[in-house]
Design a protein around this ligand. Structure first.
Ligand code: MUC
Ligand code: MG
Length: 369
């Protein structure tokens, strides 16, 4: 039933350097999976990551190799199975590789929901909203440039919540940068920071004290991935939201974090969760534990962004909105009709499947040969 499974690496420059504690991006490598069935349907998935191996354990190249060597030959033998059975066989035969698994699952769900004539969100339990709030990440590395960029976004009604990437400079310098931006934008504008695991617990206490006093709303992943004890103590100690990002990598880790009260908010990412269905399970666990939700991104292009949007549309609690701005950070669009960002929100497509149409000629021109 599956005729071909292709992995395409598509290099697209960013609109400006995107500086994070884990990497500085000038180009994003989109990792796109295209699954074609014998009866002519095409499903898309995405396994994009950040900074090669700088962010996660899978790189664009490892995803491509592992899909071509292990996933594709196995998938071709599973044509008669439904998606649950297919993913069960894949999980029994292939360890780890959450990004690749997410991309494959997305493409299979895209195909399945095209057959059913339903938006993908409808097989994930059903959407509760057609639009989701989207913040913008200020990461030019320069305070004045960041303020100008934010003011432009607010005036254009594109974004009115901002996340700042910190952690690569001394704590005092980072705090000064954040609070200068907070002051310039005023008390109505929500400012959050993402430390990308760069602080020791002591530095986190020092930094968060100053950021909380300055009116910052949320601190994302202050400490190391496996330092759950520090995350737990910081969550207890401070009144502002402490969000788990890199420490959250699928339902099992969500359960551990929830059990230990090691975060007040979860940044749910579909690839980090290992699939769209698993991301929904993380959302359910958060609900049961009274943990707020935020829709995260791996700075994917439109495929991963819209797959994530279908997931987040089903969350009853999306208290901290989303950061599904990935396609807006890129200089080129790969869709025939661009995604609709307006009034500080992203509109979720209503067509069958993912509900987007890729421009394959453009992708062909930009893909790594
Ligand atoms: C992260 O750690 O949250 C999301 C937005 C952004 O700028 O970087 C990513 C990764
Ligand atoms: Mg983060």
């Amino acid at each position: 039933m599956y005729k071909s499974i292709e992995t395409l690496l598509v290099e697209i420059p960013t609109i400006r350097p995107h500086k994070m504690a884990v990497a500085t991006m000038q180009t994003q490598t989109l990792v796109l999976i295209k699954v074609t069935t014998e009866d002519g349907l095409v499903g898309w998935g995405e396994a994009t990551t950040i900074g090669g191996l700088g962010y996660a354990e899978e790189s664009p190249e490892s995803v491509k190799t592992n899909i071509e060597t292990y996933f594709a030959p196995l998938l071709k033998t599973l044509g008669a199975m439904n998606i649950a059975q297919t993913m069960q066989v894949i999980n029994r035969n292939i360890n780890g590789n959450r990004f690749a698994k997410c991309a494959i699952q997305t493409a299979l769900l895209d195909i399945q929901t095209q057959r059913l004539g339903l938006p993908l969100s409808e097989v994930l339990g059903g959407r509760l909203r057609d639009r989701i709030p989207v913040l913008w990440v200020l990461a030019s590395g320069n305070t004045e440039k960041d303020i100008a960029e934010a003011e432009k976004m607010i005036a254009a009604k594109r974004h009115n919540i901002f996340k700042l990437k910190i952690g690569s400079r001394p704590v005092e310098q980072d705090v000064e940068h954040v609070l200068t931006i907070k002051k310039a934008l005023g008390s109505d504008i929500s400012i959050r920071v993402d430390v990308n695991r760069a602080w020791s617990e002591l530095n986190a206490i020092k930094g968060i004290q100053m950021l909380q006093a300055g009116g910052v709303d949320l601190i994302e992943q202050p400490c190391a991935i496996h330092n759950i004890d520090a995350m737990q103590r910081l969550t207890r100690k401070f009144d502002l939201a402490i969000m788990a990002d890199e420490s959250l990598f699928g339902p099992q880790s969500a359960y551990e974090l929830a059990k230990r009260n090691a975060a007040s908010v979860f940044a749910v990412k579909v690839a980090q969760s290992g699939g769209l269905i698993e991301a929904c399970e993380v959302g359910k666990l958060a609900n049961l534990a009274g943990i707020d939700l935020y829709g995260g991104t791996m700075l994917e292009g439109p495929v991963g962004t819209i797959a994530s949007a279908h997931v987040f549309s089903t969350f009853s609690n999306l208290a901290y909105g989303t950061e599904l701005f990935g396609p807006l950070l890129l200089t080129e669009d790969i869709l025939k009709t661009p995604l609709q960002y307006e009034n500080f929100e992203l509109k979720i497509p209503t067509g069958a499947g993912l509900g987007i149409e890729l421009d394959e000629d453009k992708i062909d021109n930009m893909r790594r040969q």
